[in-house]
Design a protein around this ligand. Sequence first.
Ligand code: 4NP
Length: 141
Amino acid sequence: MPYSVDELDIWKSEGVRRVLVLAEDWEIEEAWGNAAYYFSLLKEKGFEYLHSPIPDGHAPNKEQFFEIFRWLGKGKGNLVHCVGGMGRTGTVIAGYLMLTESLNAQQAVEEVRKYRPGAVQTLNQFKLLLELELSWSRPTP
Ligand code: 4NP
């Protein structure tokens, strides 16, 4: 979670163009006072954004994950954030890697943990990755 306008400017200077926000409204309010204010700043700074909230400790269901996956594929310079950048973000990025790099769940978790030790935190989150693994490894009828 970014906590200042300066951080948004740093994102911009580092090539971020699109921001996927996984935090819930109340978490954005804790950081920014008001969720609408945060989204208006993202817009003002020229970022495209998608708000796809996931409760802390949880994972998206497959339908929400595929919506996120499609959105990420629509442009470059994607940044994904939740609050800690561990559980929800790790899960979404691991799922993305599974589909784009043909990794299984275990490999994808190992890959994100190279960059963010401890990423993917809960059973719920690992379960989504296992569901993705089962759905892509199953032969098409
Ligand atoms: P996440 O979960 O936002 O899904 O990564 C959290 C991880 C760490 C903290 C909060 C939420 N934390 O405050 O350290």
